[in-house]
Design a protein around this ligand. Structure first.
Ligand SMILES: [Zn+2]
Length: 198
């Protein structure tokens, strides 16, 4: 027999989650149906709550409950240094590093010709405008250390240097091909301390 329509509908949505294929989508769908009803209600409620309260900070594009986000609103931070990351999750990882006191910018991904993601698909214009308007003196490129992240860092460094602003790249210590999001605090802290001018 075919799967009931309602389950099929859940699977069609869940299979597009990162790292989830059709088989896993099936497992997750049946798992949700086996949950006690108050748990699945809580899941739906948590999603609705997050969707209605989280917004993008208009300055750094971090996801936050307020705009500007708490980091951009913090007057004790060094307002001349920006750390550029690919995603809000990367920002969370870097923000655990206590010795970094600068600000952030979330690019919204990385350049990827194979996936047809070009400069126009990222927030590059907003970044460059902010560097100019806020007279930023250093931009730390903390994109991932995989090929896409490296390409993106090189591309951005070129544009930033044309503005006569210092562009630096996280130093050694981060695993090559890695995602900043999964790096631990000490590794990121060392990588920031050992950053190199591009
Ligand atoms: Zn912000």
């Amino acid at each position: 027999m075919n799967r009931p329509q309602a389950i099929e509908r859940m699977m069609q949505i869940i299979k597009h989650f990162p790292g989830v294929g059709p088989k896993m989508a099936e497992r997750i769908s049946y798992h949700i149906l086996r949950m006690p009803v108050e748990q699945s209600d809580a899941l739906v409620d948590a999603i609705m709550q997050a969707r209605s309260t989280m917004k993008y900070c208009s300055i750094c594009f971090n996801l936050s409950e307020s705009d500007p986000c708490p980091i951009c609103a913090d007057s004790d931070r060094d307002r001349k240094t920006i750390c550029v990351v690919e995603t809000p999750q990367d920002l969370i990882a870097v923000s655990k590093v206590k010795d970094y006191k600068g600000l952030y910018f979330v690019l919204g991904g990385a350049l990827s010709p194979l996936d047809a993601i070009g400069p126009q698909d990222l927030r590059i214009d907003s970044l460059l405008k902010r560097i100019k308007d806020e007279a930023i003196t250093e931009v730390i490129l903390a994109t991932d250390t995989d090929a896409k992240g490296e390409t993106t860092a090189l591309y951005l460094a070129q544009l930033i240097k044309e503005m006569h602003v210092k562009a630096t790249r996280l130093g050694y210590g981060l695993p090559v091909g890695g995602d900043i999001e999964y790096a631990d605090e000490i590794t990121i802290s060392r990588a920031i301390a050992g950053r190199k001018e591009m």
